[in-house]
Design a protein around this ligand. Structure first.
Ligand SMILES: NC(=O)c1ccc[n+]([C@@H]2O[C@H](COP(=O)([O-])OP(=O)(O)OC[C@H]3O[C@@H](n4cnc5c(N)ncnc54)[C@H](OP(=O)(O)O)[C@@H]3O)[C@@H](O)[C@H]2O)c1
Length: 334
């Protein structure tokens, strides 16, 4: 067993948009395998927008990445050697693991996945954290009702593409907002969205949303924040729900930007706006995963991935999220 492996660590903290120079790749030696530990070979890495927040030295719901220490996140890996009765060679597992080609994990930090349900990488997307985020955010905060209008921003991303389909399943009119004509076409033609707006090319986003939502917006599933959300919220209906899932448009801001003050409109229209972190629903993950897996197996829930090949491409893939390089879940395959 080769004990030397490649690792990608945080080299410096970004100011504004992260750059490749914020990361460093090095070789590290792994210790001997102890009791109840498993030696893993990475197969797929997830890159996610929340990782940008962890690059800052700031208090948040997850601790910051440490300088000189590996970045970590969702990984799918194969068991190479096991000192645990719960895992055997060639099992496929997932867990929050370091950005390393090989690593040693405690048995309690990983779970086996069932690749007869779907391809292994889906457990980082529709059957993993992003899928659960779409499901719980929409169902428990959005509470979609037949005939309502749902707008989702970041519509072609890992979370958004699931939100749109779930809203359709619940009888809603679904309007997506995404950043390229290719994404617009895909969401309309393959994922059943009723209308999709390219926020980068449309000249008046607020007006485009008014036209796409003649009965106003009953649920806004917000993945991006910023000016996109200002335009959607200007079209909000009475008794609407705003699901605050992500604010990627602001993750690289160096100061809090000034926006329109929309609270009087939220007040007079009795709108609920609620933020959430997916771990709030941890106790219900089993039920959510089962439901999502069933829809995927029945062909009711489709998925899309952008797979970047090569361990060394991890930092570039992460930065690509901020350029809209991905359609569906951004994955790095080793
Ligand atoms: N609350 C939670 O627990 C939780 C869990 C998971 C994810 N999230 C959040 O949900 C959002 C979506 O996550 P995801 O994993 O599905 O990512 P994603 O949508 O797959 O990838 C990010 C996408 O954001 C869009 N984007 C990038 N910069 C933007 C900007 N300045 N303005 C508008 N759009 C921009 C890009 O698409 P375009 O081409 O359309 O611009 C890009 O493809 C993120 O904000 C993330 O932080 C929250």
């Amino acid at each position: 067993m080769n004990r030397s492996t490649k690792q990608i660590a945080l080299f410096s903290r970004p100011k504004g948009k992260p750059v490749l120079e914020n990361f460093e790749t090095k070789n590290v030696d792994l210790p001997e395998l102890a009791d109840k530990e498993i030696f893993l070979e990475a197969m797929y890495f997830s890159v996610d927008p929340y990782m940008r927040g962890r690059m800052n030295d700031a208090k948040s719901y997850v601790p910051p990445f440490e300088l000189e220490e590996p970045i970590s996140g969702g990984v799918i890996a194969k068991v190479v050697k096991s000192n645990s009765v719960n895992f055997k060679e060639n099992d496929i597992v997932t867990g929050n693991l370091p950005w390393q080609q090989h690593c040693i994990s405690a048995e309690k930090s990983i779970v086996k996945i069932d690749t007869s349900i779907a391809p292994a990488s889906y457990f980082l997307g529709v059957l993993g954290m992003p899928g659960l985020t779409a499901y719980f955010g929409l169902m428990q905060i959005g509470k979609p009702k037949n005939g309502e209008t749902v707008v989702v921003s970041g519509a072609a991303g890992a979370v958004g593409i699931v939100v749109g389909q779930l809203a359709k399943m619940h009888g809603c009119r679904v309007v997506g907002i995404a950043g390229s004509d290719e994404k617009v076409k895909l969401l309309k033609e393959e994922f059943g969205f009723d209308e999709v707006i390219n926020y980068k090319t449309c000249t008046d986003l607020k007006l485009s949303i008014t036209k796409a939502c003649p009965n106003a917006v009953d649920i806004y599933y917000d993945n991006v924040g910023g000016e996109t959300s200002d335009a959607v919220i200007s079209n909000i209906n009475f008794n609407a729900r705003i699901v605050l899932c992500g604010q990627i448009a602001l993750y690289n801001s160096t100061e809090i930007p000034m926006g329109p003050r929309l609270q009087p409109m939220l007040l007079t229209r009795s709108v609920l706006m609620q933020g959430f972190i997916i771990s709030n629903y941890q106790s219900q993950f089993g039920e959510g995963s089962k439901q999502l897996a069933m829809w995927v197996q029945q062909g009711k829930l489709k998925y899309k991935e952008t797979i970047v090949k090569g361990f060394d491409k991890l930092p570039a893939a992460l930065l690509g999220l901020f350029e809209g390089d991905n359609i569906g879940k951004m994955i790095v395959e080793v």
